[in-house]
Write a protein that binds this ligand. Sequence first.
Ligand code: PXG
Length: 298
Amino acid sequence: MSLEVYIDGKYYPKEQARISVYDHGLLYGDGVFEGIRAYSGRVFRLDEHLERLYASARSVAIEIPMTLPEMRTTVLDTLRRNGLRDSYIRLMVTRGVGDLGLDPRKCNRASIIVITDTIKLYPADAYEHGLRIIIASTRKNSPDCLSPRIKSMNYLNNILAKIEAIGAGVAESLMLDKNGFLTECTSENIFIVKNRTLYTPTSVVGILEGITRSVVMELAQRAGIEVQMAFLTPHDLYTADESFVTGTGAEILPVVEVGQRKIGDGKVGPITRQLLGAFRELTQREGTLIFEPDAASV
Ligand code: PXG
């Protein structure tokens, strides 16, 4: 049987799940979203993702016509309906159906879409041998124009950087802010390791405050590894001992080369391996249970 998608209170087979061409999510990229994962029957950090979704919506003045606990139930119901224990969950809230003008007041009600599907995993080779990335010439949207802290449905800035990566034959692009500080990749945050200290760009430069990023910082601290959020430059990356990117899809993916320069010895580093191991262990034991509705998240 086909997977079912939740749209505004109803479930539709994946092939028939459609929204209006007058939805401002399509017309203007006017909407917010989340990408969440379920591992072995547990949704990882569900409440953090929901809180970020509601924060993104609030920031762009979209009123979500459902409370956060109702949204949690909707996500879990959709997973149950589809019998999914391991899943990629895409949650979207658009401004809703309006007319052919920007005016958000024409959109009476925000639309809610919950897709729960299977996950396309990165190949095991990427974790074993690491990624090659470039620094894109496309600069990150500046927070005074559109805050990258909003997980909005307008990803063109990131897509332009992704096109550069594809053109260069590498996996990802790292974007700089307008002052030349490291920000993030097109759908992952970046970390470097130098002298056993972990560094990641401060959210002040304008990045999405990734949930995987915060989990990695927690895991590092628990392991006695010092963590610093800082203003970082390409030089810091070129001279790092190790580097990796983090995201819901990627988990922790090692980076071994940036723009023709090997990072460290060009192999996946020990701290990267240690954190990936700890992260994978955590995703198996922590999270909101899908098939036991009354169980609290751990
Ligand atoms: N920066 C950006 C710009 C992102 O889009 C991250 C960092 C990492 O955040 P999390 O919270 O996932 O650790 C992201 C995440 C998708 C998709 O379907 C995108 C993301 C995650 C999952 C799915 O495009 N981006």
